[in-house]
Write a protein that binds this ligand. Structure first.
Ligand SMILES: NC(=O)c1ccc[n+]([C@@H]2O[C@H](COP(=O)([O-])OP(=O)(O)OC[C@H]3O[C@@H](n4cnc5c(N)ncnc54)[C@H](O)[C@@H]3O)[C@@H](O)[C@H]2O)c1
Length: 251
């Protein structure tokens, strides 16, 4: 991923963070909350790095962007660091999120109770199917997508999650942006075009699985490799084939 810097909010009160650091801050936050629940007041950089699954040098560099956070010999103050990271991530108040597309995936997301403790509140559900509109999920009523502008304004929604089929996702995005949404989390397998100032992030489990498939493929290819030997007759034939442009040489 490219090392973009954070954008227009940068300024004296707002650290200029590499995108990769921003992506790791939520991992540190999750680990810190866990440490706090276990009763830890302080944590060493090694301890926090292990809990977050990153190397400690990277963690120290990331946290140095936030200003002075650690004390030599003592480590980081857990609750202070939680406050600092939450401040930078804009999680000091719960953000209202809209979910568009309340099918299989949308139902699972709308029913998930864990967003609240991570700084988010699913504030509105939308669908285009009249059969789904009016359904109650987790205390919310599914609204028709036509109600988007009104609800986005009422609930001060700036972030939306798209869980519609791919063919509908761009149109839904355009409507979200027109209603005032400025960040989109897209589950649909497609690329979205958005105007400047709108951020899009994509979640695709199939891509993650394909990457793991590559690693599986690579591991099995490595274990299947014969031991390295001096080129014999077959090796010489292969070398000659390579010189000739990769054609197999007759046996
Ligand atoms: N990213 C991932 O890892 C991942 C995993 C599973 C599914 N998906 C994707 O998530 C999306 C949803 O999958 P699903 O199985 O829940 O599909 P689904 O068909 O069960 O649900 C889609 C919902 O979107 C609604 N919809 C369609 N057009 C709409 C519009 N214009 N406005 C508002 N609502 C609209 C439908 O009425 C339906 O309720 C698909 O694009 C799928 O490929 C992604």
């Amino acid at each position: 991923m490219s090392q973009q810097r954070t954008g227009p909010a940068d300024g004296p009160d707002f650290p200029d963070l590499p995108e990769a650091t921003v992506a790791r801050l939520p991992e540190y936050l999750r680990a810190l909350h866990h440490l706090a629940e276990e009763g830890h007041d302080t944590v060493s950089s090694e301890g926090l790095a292990a809990a977050a699954g990153v190397n400690s040098a990277k963690l120290r560099k990331d946290l140095s962007h936030l200003g002075r956070t650690g004390t030599r010999g003592v480590g980081y103050d857990v609750s202070l660091l939680i406050d600092q990271i939450e401040h930078v991530l804009g999680l000091t108040h719960r953000r209202a999120v809209a979910l568009v597309g309340v099918g299989n995936l949308g139902h699972a997301l709308a029913g998930y109770a864990g967003f609240g403790s991570r700084g988010f509140r699913i504030a509105a559900l939308f669908d285009a199917d009249p059969g789904r509109v009016g359904e109650h999920i987790n205390g919310l009523v599914v609204r028709h997508i036509d109600d988007l502008p009104e609800v986005v304004e009422q609930e001060s929604i700036s972030i939306a999650v798209i869980a519609t089929p791919a063919h509908a996702a761009q149109h839904v995005t355009d409507r979200l942006v027109a209603a005032g949404v400025t960040s989109v989390l897209n589950f649909a397998p497609c690329v979205l075009n958005v105007p400047e100032g709108v951020d899009v992030r994509k979640v695709d489990l199939a891509i993650e699985l394909q990457i793991l498939s590559f690693h599986e493929h690579r591991k099995s290819a490595l274990t299947a490799l014969p031991p390295v030997r001096k080129p014999g007759r077959v090796g010489q034939d292969l070398q000659r084939a390579n010189r000739l442009g990769g054609e197999a040489v007759g046996s």
